[in-house]
Design a protein around this ligand. Structure first.
Ligand SMILES: Nc1ncnc2c1ncn2[C@@H]1O[C@H](COP(=O)(O)OP(=O)(O)O)[C@@H](O)[C@H]1O
Ligand code: SF4
Ligand SMILES: [Mg+2]
Length: 407
């Protein structure tokens, strides 16, 4: 395993544990923290292997001791160590740089989200859902492409212009604990966006905080509690209140209940639905629990290894799914009716690393229908209705048409 692979594995574990928004890291060679994203990951791995300064120091001190007794030999040794210390990083084989890794967590996808709808984004862990969502609200900068919000390409906006749009685009994270400042009270957490955007201050801001707490089912006395004093469900309510503070139009719900106890999930989902209706919100709802997506979403996008595999209305995806990957995902959903049994399709192996994705169809290494063409050609869009599209060489019907989702 290369150093790049093992580093990314560790990063992924940390991300999953902590639900990190971005990974700021500092290395000995850098003056500033860097955000590890697809682009500067390359720069990070391009750093020369650091030399073992300790060994040079031991040799240097030894040379000084020799110098004390045998002045000429000692002087030559000290000089040679100093020259080696500075010259070695440029002399082969010591100038080797670790392998450069390119990672495309999301690769040229298009997702259309209509106002007032709940659009689902589903797929296994690590397939690129969070990266896609954060890119949509410009928490990640895409290497190329555009994100249109109300007809404006937000990636072209200046930071001042973006600040205004940012109010309308919010996110609720999977792990509210990691995304809330542990040293701030609920009141201060909710009031912070008001300060940043100059929306309200003083009594008006505090009044709005209390209203928001009420909207998400918390009590006024919760305002002066710290995140660790809340239960998991209450913390997620707080995360939702903060996302609502600036009266957004669009919220990414990034697996908002996956970290919660089953007993509180239903209440949070109920709240998310009520708020959407009451405030006319639009959601991108990310989940790997498909039964939840079935209940909540108007439309569903199925993602695998940074690409869309199938998309359609909720009915189309759950009742007449076409793609082998969608079929496998849906076959794993438990059915409440004991008289009905679905035939489970077991996918073997893990999702491949996005650093080295297979050519042709991205799903080929795990697909039960794989054939020769899948290994060389990426499938193009096949449409089964105006809204239902799937990407597979080996499924019947529909008609092929210029691409929309994967470009
Ligand atoms: N900041 C990052 N730096 C390097 N790799 C990342 C970073 N964020 C995500 N990844 C990698 O990109 C892939 C997609 O991650 P993510 O979007 O979090 O998937 P999902 O949300 O579907 O679980 C994973 O392989 C993950 O390890
Ligand atoms: S294109 Fe081939 S590998 Fe990909 S989903 Fe279809 S049958 Fe499977
Ligand atoms: Mg995620």
């Amino acid at each position: 395993m290369s150093s790049a692979d093992s580093f990314i594995d560790k990063l992924q574990d940390k991300q999953q544990q902590k639900g990190l928004l971005a990974d700021r890291i500092r290395t000995k060679e850098m003056d500033e923290d860097v955000i590890l994203d697809v682009d500067n990951l390359r720069k990070f791995f391009d750093i020369p292997v650091p030399f073992e300064t300790t060994w040079f120091m031991i040799a240097f001190v030894g040379a000084i001791v020799v110098f004390a007794f045998e002045q000429l030999i000692g002087l030559i040794l000290v000089g040679a160590i100093i020259v080696l210390y500075f010259a070695l990083p440029y002399i082969p084989p010591f100038n080797k740089r670790p392998k450069v890794a390119h990672l495309k967590a999301v690769d040229g996808i298009t997702i259309k989200i209509k106002k007032g709808k709940i659009v689902g984004l589903v797929g296994e862990s690590g397939c690129g859902k969070s990266t896609a969502a954060k890119t949509i609200i410009r928490l990640h900068e895409p290497t190329s492409g555009a994100v249109y919000f109300k007809g404006i390409d937000i990636n072209r906006l200046t930071s001042d212009e973006m600040k205004e749009i940012r109010r309308h685009l919010q996110i609720v994270f999977q792990d509210p604990y990691a995304s809330l400042n542990p040293r701030a009270t609920a009141h201060d957490i909710i009031i912070e966006p008001f300060d940043i955007h100059g929306v309200a201050s003083g009594d008006e801001a505090s009044y709005r905080v209390l209203t928001l707490l009420k909207d998400v089912g918390l009590a006024p006395h919760h305002a002066y509690r710290y995140p660790h004093e809340f239960s998991g469900g209450q913390r997620q309510r707080l995360g939702i209140a903060r996302a609502l503070a600036l009266e957004p139009d669009f919220i990414v719900m990034d697996e908002p209940v996956s970290n919660l106890d089953v007993s509180v999930r239903a209440a949070i989902i109920q709240l998310i639905l009520e708020l959407q209706k009451k405030m006319g919100l639009t959601y991108l709802f990310i989940a790997h629990d498909l039964s939840l997506v079935k209940i909540l979403c108007d439309e569903v996008n199925v993602m695998y290894l940074g690409r869309i595999m199938e998309a359609g209305t909720s009915d189309e995806i759950f009742e007449s799914m076409m793609h082998p990957y969608t079929k496998a995902l849906i076959s794993a959903v438990p059915i409440a009716d004991p008289t009905k049994r679905s035939k489970k399709i077991f996918l073997t192996g893990d999702i491949p690393t996005p650093i080295n994705p297979p050519p042709g169809c991205k799903f080929q290494t795990r697909c039960p229908l794989v054939s020769d063409v899948c290994r060389v050609e990426e499938p193009i869009a096949r449409w089964y209705s105006e809204s239902h599209v799937a990407y597979c060489h080996n499924i019947e019907g529909g008609h092929e048409s210029p691409d929309f989702f994967n470009q």
